[in-house]
Design a protein around this ligand. Structure first.
Ligand SMILES: O=C(O)[C@H]1O[C@H](OP(=O)(O)OP(=O)(O)OC[C@H]2O[C@@H](n3ccc(=O)[nH]c3=O)[C@H](O)[C@@H]2O)[C@H](O)[C@@H](O)[C@@H]1O
Length: 253
């Protein structure tokens, strides 16, 4: 074993909150298991961490030296604190046993082959737009996110694994949008006239999120290249195809 990409964990808020104990176990015990493997085999381990280590950030955009604003007992804490502890484990193994680690703090990522029932905003809005169902905006829709296309993330992960840099690195696209604006973009790209419905805000939902990617630019010579419009068109195309296959009446198959 030369390289370990430790990516395993539920990642969608409805998913990881469904079984919070399992989410914590995956990130704690799972990370200990993988770090043990890396120690025994002297492999380099890359941890998929998350922008959620910054919680509901008081610093904007978020750079890696920001310690975060996380509610340690809230509904998101199983994931946020699980990933924070996974990072702590990486640096403990590095200090104690000299394990060679890389830590990617991944910001909202989307693209073809996402699970349709994932529950995150990109898949929800695309599916709703294509089915002509109301787009479910949680709260006022003025919260922001910065969406990165999957191929950009993959090239960032590979560049980080190949680098000599062992401090955390943000991997994300700094192109920031409000969720209300994002709903309108999806409707327009999917040629949909579905309505937008405002629902209750999600508890502890981060209000703003945008990566500062200066470290990734400097250390990895990496930056995202896919524009939101182009990435969304590819993703909408994929979901449209999946719907035509999955929702075809049985007698037409
Ligand atoms: O990718 C990240 O950086 C991290 O954040 C995500 O969490 P979140 O940003 O809340 O992801 P979504 O569930 O896609 O929500 C994004 C925003 O859209 C809103 N939303 C979501 C779904 C929906 O149907 N409607 C809606 O308005 C949410 O309230 C939130 O403000 C996921 O927890 C993680 O996969 C990941 O580590």
């Amino acid at each position: 074993v030369d390289q370990i990409y430790h990516l395993a964990s539920p990642a969608s808020p409805p998913n990881y909150q469904l079984n919070p104990v399992k989410t914590l176990k995956t990130n704690l015990v799972g990370t200990i298991n993988m770090l043990g493997l890396a120690k025994r085999t002297r492999a380099r381990l890359l941890l998929a961490s998350t922008s959620e280590v910054y919680g509901d950030p008081e610093k904007h955009p978020q750079s890696e030296d920001y310690w975060g604003n996380v509610n340690p007992i809230g509904p998101r804490s199983c994931y946020d604190e699980g990933k924070r502890a996974a990072e702590a484990l990486c640096y403990a193994y590095k200090r104690r046993s000299n394990v060679d680690i890389r830590v990617a703090r991944i910001f909202n990522t989307y693209g073809p082959r996402m699970q349709m029932n994932d529950g995150r905003v990109v898949s929800n809005f695309i599916l709703q737009a294509l089915r002509g169902q109301p787009l479910t905006v949680y709260g006022e829709g003025d919260q922001t996110r910065s969406f990165q296309f999957v191929t950009d993330l993959v090239s960032g992960l590979i560049a980080l694994m190949a680098s000599n840099y062992s401090q955390p690195v943000n991997l994300g696209n700094p192109d920031e949008h409000t969720i209300g604006e994002f709903a309108r973009t999806v409707l327009s790209l999917a040629n949909s006239s579905a309505p937008v419905h405002r629902l209750q805000p999600a508890k502890d939902d981060p209000h703003r999120r945008k990566p500062d990617i200066s470290v990734a630019k400097r250390e990895l010579a990496w930056q995202p290249t896919v524009l939101l419009r182009d990435g969304l068109l590819q993703t909408i195309h994929y979901f449209r195809h999946r719907l035509s296959v999955d929702e075809k009446p049985q007698n037409e198959l």
